[in-house]
Design a protein around this ligand. Sequence first.
Ligand code: PMP
Length: 375
Amino acid sequence: TGKRILNFSAGPGLMPATVLATAAAEMSTFSQGHSLMELSHRSAPFEKLLEETEVSFRRLLNIPSNYKVLFMQGGATLQFSCIALNLCAGANAGTKADYIVTGAWSQKGHEEAVRLLGSDRVNLVVNTKSSKHNGDIPPLSTWNFSDKQSFVFYCDNETVHGVEFGSKFPFHAIAKDVPIVCDMSSSILSQPVDVSKFGLIFAGAQKNMGPAGVTVVIVREDLLVASYKYPQPFPLMLDYSTYATSHSMHNTPPTYPIYLCGLVFKWLETKIGGLIEMEKINAAKAACLYEAIENSNGFYSCPVKKDYRSRMNVTFLVKGDFEKEFLAEAEKNGMIQLAGHRSVGGVRASLYNAMPLDGVQALVSFMKEFASARF
Ligand code: PMP
């Protein structure tokens, strides 16, 4: 089969090679001589698979029993709408949804909340747009929280700008009874998190979990019961309760993406050894690449402030006019999808869980050679 291409795509991102091999082997004979794709979601084998997938996910993240895990569709983008509509707590007049904007995705979340709820129900706590979302996050003392909050929204890892909060998010600044809502699309399962700090976590699958087509939501049970839904009547398939009460089986769930997520969870548990191990590998990968950038005498430079540099999406610039040539040469050397997001340009190397350390080392060797030939 030859050597695998090194795929630095920001998403859909690469999958572990062993997962793809298992999926290929089981493609047409998952159960009783047919593929999983051809299996009823109401069949016993699929129900078992869904159950095992959820159990494995819960084990990996150590999810407390008072949280539901929902398998939804519509991508992370639909969650921007669902969150505003399910959690705006319309019955509690005077509450506002607080948004922390540190990049393109939290900005989109905020825009959708304003569109659906109106600007008088939504508050911008902080916005780094004026510094081009470069991780120059103003001190907490300047953050403008609302007096009566329905929830606080933030994005853990900004995929486009390469800005990550991780454990630096100021959880202590938010009252215990205010749900914290987090977009973890591009950082979920990259390290352990304390789920009990959150009201709701959501993530599209296509970076660290599986293929596009399923979005995983972790939501504290009391938020399902207490929330007043707006508008009335409320669309059934936007209502978290619909998924919670039916085990995500109100209608046909995305069966094949769920199956692949299950294989990735198994890979994390058995081949990697859980999220503490995954975190170590991810830290080593990110350190390797950021060090190469820092030690390049300015040939490469990272626009993001040090404190909030992402471990998952490393953004950097190439000196002079060499960017196009860099991308073309990288591709010739088997390293693909390194172009930055179309809105910001530059180079972006996404180092999701499935990217091995030696893949990053190969990129770093190439970067050194490319720079020394042109300096
Ligand atoms: N949030 C983040 C952090 C993302 O990286 C993305 C996708 N790149 C989205 C939301 C939107 O996801 P989707 O395309 O699945 O709607």
